[in-house]
Design a protein. Structure first.
Ligand SMILES: NC(=O)c1ccc[n+]([C@@H]2O[C@H](COP(=O)([O-])OP(=O)(O)OC[C@H]3O[C@@H](n4cnc5c(N)ncnc54)[C@H](O)[C@@H]3O)[C@@H](O)[C@H]2O)c1
Length: 215
């Protein structure tokens, strides 16, 4: 069984690849990553040595339909797991176009390619930020309305809607996950938890959005 992991040189994708190769011995992994500032080949140091031909890497943009098509012609993937994204809220406020390119066009290209090539399952890794700020209700559910507050979360919500539309229109087997903030090994230090820790260690002010009550 071979799976296509996109954005596998980023924080969560690289942890996922290590986990899958370690725990699911029949799995072969192809990692596609264009290596933006957030992608780091060193996040997967030692993987080839440990897992050999069960892991391979292609440098490519998920929005490049020809390259995605060629890859899915070369391999018959059981599943696509789409971690590739522009993922930093502040950067999306300054430069939203990259977010539209990767998060919306890239996801659309992958969904289309996966369907045409008979990929059985598509997992779209999204974010709880598509729900916007938590109101007095105190929690989100899968039924909560989409109410994104930044170009980042709007682009992720757009990708989610495309994924759900593929399920409704073509009966494509699509799953959308919307996790909250993650932290851990291989995370780029611009993100909330490493940023706060680094600033606290340096005795620098901690950046707070709004009045600090937004969740
Ligand atoms: N980190 C979190 O706390 C968090 C929370 C909720 C959801 N998510 C979602 O999880 C996914 C992974 O997040 P992360 O924190 O690992 O992100 P990350 O920024 O660390 O990694 C993203 C990876 O995608 C690659 N990439 C970007 N554009 C690409 C393109 N056009 N083609 C191919 N590769 C491209 C980058 O090079 C990088 O390796 C994202 O979709 C993000 O929206 C993350």
């Amino acid at each position: 069984m071979r799976i296509l992991v996109t954005g596998g040189c980023g924080f969560i994708g690289s942890n996922f690849i290590r986990y899958i190769l370690q725990h699911y011995k029949p799995a072969y992994v192809t990692n596609v990553d264009v290596l933006t500032y957030a992608g780091n080949l060193a996040n997967l140091d030692g993987v080839v040595e440990e897992h050999g031909e069960r892991y391979e890497f292609f440098k490519a943009d998920i929005a490049n339909a020809d390259q995605m098509d060629a890859l899915m012609t070369e391999h018959r993937f059981y599943a696509v797991i789409n971690f590739a994204a522009e993922s930093h809220v502040d950067r999306s406020i300054n430069d939203p176009l990259n977010f539209i390119h990767t998060n919306i066009i890239g996801t659309s290209v992958l969904l289309d390619c996966a369907r045409r090539h008979g990929v059985q399952r598509f997992i779209q890794v999204s974010t709880d930020e598509v729900y916007g700020s938590l109101g007095p209700g105190g929690k989100f559910t899968e039924q909560s309305p989409l109410d994104p507050s930044s170009p980042y979360s709007a682009s992720k919500a757009g990708a989610d809607l495309l994924a759900v539309a593929c399920y409704k229109t073509y009966s494509q087997d699509v799953l959308v996950t919307r996790c909250s903030n993650n932290y851990g090994q291989y995370q780029f230090p611009e993100k909330l938890i490493p940023l706060m820790i680094i600033k606290a260690l340096r005795d620098e002010p901690l950046p707070v959005y709004g009045d600090g009550m937004n969740v």
